[in-house]
Design a protein around this ligand. Sequence first.
Ligand code: FAD
Length: 455
Amino acid sequence: MRSYDLAIIGSGPGGYVSGLYASRNELKVCVIEKDLVGGTCLNKGCIPTKSLINSASIFGRLKDAQNYGVDIDGYHVNFQRMMLRKDEVVTRLRAGIETLFKANKIDLIRQNASLKNHNTISLSGSEDIEAKYIVIAAGSKPAKLAGTIVSGEAGVMSSDEALSMKELPKSITIVGGGVIGCEFASLFNLLGVNVAIVEFMDRLIPGQSREASKKLEVIFKKRGIGIFLSSKVEGITGKDPIKISVSGGKLLESEKVLISVGRQSATEGLGLENAGVKVENGKIVVDEYLRANSDNTYAIGDCISGPLLAHKASYDGMLACDNILGKKRMRDYSNVPNCIWTDPEISSVGLTEEEARKRYPDLKIAKFPYLASGKAYLRGSVEGYIKLMGDPEGNIAGVEIMGEGACDLIGEATLARTAGVKIDEWSHVVHGHPTLSEIFHEATHIFAGTPIHGL
Ligand code: FAD
């Protein structure tokens, strides 16, 4: 029987990063994957969506290129080429992970895995393997629309199918206005598709602050996206067009429907009960050290609690390894940034305004608009703001950014908050000019009562 220090089930950003980190720490590692290396993130999530969003934003910029002194005639969207580029990016990055596995002497076992007992894993196509430690990184899959009659399924898609469409539809109804639904809405809208969003809650991107939700709603509406909040889809029938009946007697019609109502952990078929691993509310139960049983099995990423994000899965993966190596690290998601690739982008770290107000009645907020940033203005990206929230001791309670580059910019705020930098100290950091990062200089000075370009 093959034997390892560590066997990892799943090669998404949780599993593969964990594998590389463990192997760099001298453990003998195998990663078992039943589908494509890279998991949801690389094959059906972060990377393909962001490749398409990048293509769409190039198209979006061309629309007003004339205003910047660039005359372009006859440009149009070549959706097939866009999809091909997305596939090229994914294939290239997948090959990169496989190369890293080889370079680090990690065995990649392309089979279905299930736990036989605490130390043994059964494989679908070869003999069992043995491991001192096991990390379960089985990820998640799209959730189904509960209680809704869906008939004539053609054209009703999850995000998985939406990423392999052959043609750009003329119209699409997106069921679910969370992060994934809104990113797709923004993408399709940029490409000229007629988009409607139906959301059960009373706002878009419910996990973010009310201000970000409202601003996004206003921007989306201005761009012609139909938004139906506090609305429930009651039935989806027919095709050409598909008819979507929505609570309140509304009937929408579109060529495609994208169901984007969340994700559920992929815990079935893993033989968890054989190793004393428990599942509650669909998620593998872990302790603060990510141990899934009292012994040697850990679980990470989308199949446990916490935000469903690739970087959180990777963080988990490294933390679990550190604990296997005896370092005793407890998980803490309070500095995991949120990044939303709508147009404009939205990002945040720490508490939302609502959470921060509850925790600190004396919360202080500094806001600076993109409109007043030289770099944002010259780029024509004036839609947006940074909101910096501080507790009474001047610690960073939370940061929210909406606007161009928000998902990259949040890195600085994440570093500052993780390192426990006080807002006063942050205001002494020198930022290059003209850059979007100057928004931090402005916001920290507004916070300190010494605004420079802000009011
Ligand atoms: P996964 O990536 O789901 O990987 C799990 C792997 O385990 C899969 O490859 C699966 O085949 C394998 N597996 C499962 N069971 C077995 C078994 N029994 N045997 C062998 N192999 C098994 N997150 C971000 O941070 N940024 C984004 O921009 C972003 N965009 C997204 C866009 C979309 C459309 C979607 C759907 C998700 C997006 N996410 C994003 C979320 C992100 O993809 C997930 O949080 C991340 O992939 C979770 O990583 P993971 O390693 O836990 O699981």
